[in-house]
Ligand binder design. Structure first.
Ligand code: SF4
Length: 374
């Protein structure tokens, strides 16, 4: 099972905490779409004939595209790839860029899953983050998504925002549960120094994130989602049984994916590739020359490290039998020797040959994985 990711690097304005590759200058949008189609044509061999089960429009703000533009990109993928008859096709959307009409058009173009960036249902949190929408937009757009009938949709929330009290975080979760949505992505606010918020915090003009409050929000999140029957299947992702994101599961289980667009990443088990983070350069050369693509061939150690890092972030866990079969005894022994101490502290649970992080362990997933690397 393979997936295709399409990066749409345009936004109406820059959110204060954002470190993703995106531009507020949308003038080259249609040239960019032409370049995407050229790249789709030129990279057909990267995932071979493998059947593509998922297509994901991420950004940036992909909901700035028209349904016609989405339709033309999907047509070009169908012409060039072995696409499953019922693929999961996700569009990331921001509340201020969609309404009932555009959602209906996106559905007709083939989108069957909307990932909506709500972040909070409170205006003061949205103002702190410099989001363009307000709480009213956020509620309206959920009604619209339900009315048009995107049953597989998901919502993004952010916790650890300095303006977000425990009471408001509980209320955000109450609203989410009341929507009937079966998938939630919830992220801890992290501030990079090169963002507007990072600089404001450094100058003392914005309040910094309090780590303890953020951890407390995470604890509320894991308890309440569990009570509601959601499975915490990846550090930041929660779903009712049978409603996992198929696309993101490809990343987390070591499946192959092709990334099209500026700054998009690809992986096929042999190499990892990434495109230039420059829209002008991408438009000029995509599909014409490989100069926009950087490539890293993966050694056995790289692939073992990758497996440990991604599997430990999920509820599927890290399987020592799989390590033994894919990488050899030496790798499995190394893993078993070093993971032991985390069993004693309760950070990790063992089920047959699989090691799974506890909710608390997930908070330290990156650090634990790094200790197990070769
Ligand atoms: S909408 Fe998303 S990608 Fe665009 S600036 Fe905001 S956080 Fe970044």
């Amino acid at each position: 099972m393979a997936g295709i990711y399409i990066h749409i690097p345009f936004c109406k304005s820059k959110c204060a905490y954002c470190s993703f590759f995106s531009s507020v200058d949308q003038r080259q949008c249609s040239e960019y779409i032409d370049a995407l189609k050229r790249e789709a044509l030129s990279r057909r061999t990267y995932i071979g004939d493998e059947e593509v089960h998922t297509i994901y429009f991420g950004g940036g703000t992909p909901s700035l595209l028209t349904a016609k533009q989405i339709d033309s990109i999907l047509k070009s993928l169908k012409d060039n790839y072995n696409i499953d008859s019922e693929p999961e096709i996700t569009l990331e959307a921001n509340p201020d860029t969609i309404d009932r009409t555009s959602l209906k058009d996106f559905k007709e173009a083939g989108i069957n899953r909307i990932s909506i960036g709500i972040q909070s249902f409170f205006d003061d949190d949205l103002i702190y983050l410099c989001r363009r929408h307000n709480s009213q937009h956020a509620l309206q757009v959920i009604d619209d998504i339900n009315a048009i009938g995107f049953s597989k949709s998901t919502l993004d929330l952010i916790y650890g925002i300095p303006t977000l009290t425990d009471e408001k975080w509980n209320k955000n979760l109450d609203i989410f549960f009341s929507t009937g949505m079966k998938h939630l992505s919830a992220y801890a606010l992290t501030i990079e120094n090169n963002t507007v918020l990072g600089q404001s915090i450094a100058k003392g003009t914005a309040k910094a994130v309090n780590e303890d409050e953020s951890i407390h929000h995470y604890e509320i999140l894991t308890q309440r989602t569990e009570q509601q029957g959601f499975i915490h299947y990846e550090i930041s992702n929660f779903a009712m049984p049978g409603h996992y994101s198929k696309h993101n599961s490809i990343y987390w289980t070591g499946g192959n994916y092709l990334g099209l667009g500026a700054a998009a990443h690809s992986y096929n088990g042999i190499s990892r590739q990434w495109n230039v983070s420059n829209i002008k350069q991408y438009i000029k050369t995509a599909g014409i020359s490989n100069s926009i693509i950087e490539k890293e061939s993966l050694s056995l150690n790289d692939r073992y490290n990758e497996y440990v890092m991604t599997s430990l972030r999920t509820s599927f866990g890290c399987d020592t039998e799989q390590i033994r079969n894919s990488f050899g005894n030496e790798y499995a022994s190394h893993f078993e020797r070093l993971i032991k101490k985390h069993l004693d502290t309760g950070m990790v649970k063992k089920k047959n040959s699989t090691f799974i992080l506890s909710n608390r362990g997930m908070l330290f997933a990156d650090g634990i994985a790094a200790e197990l690397f070769i």
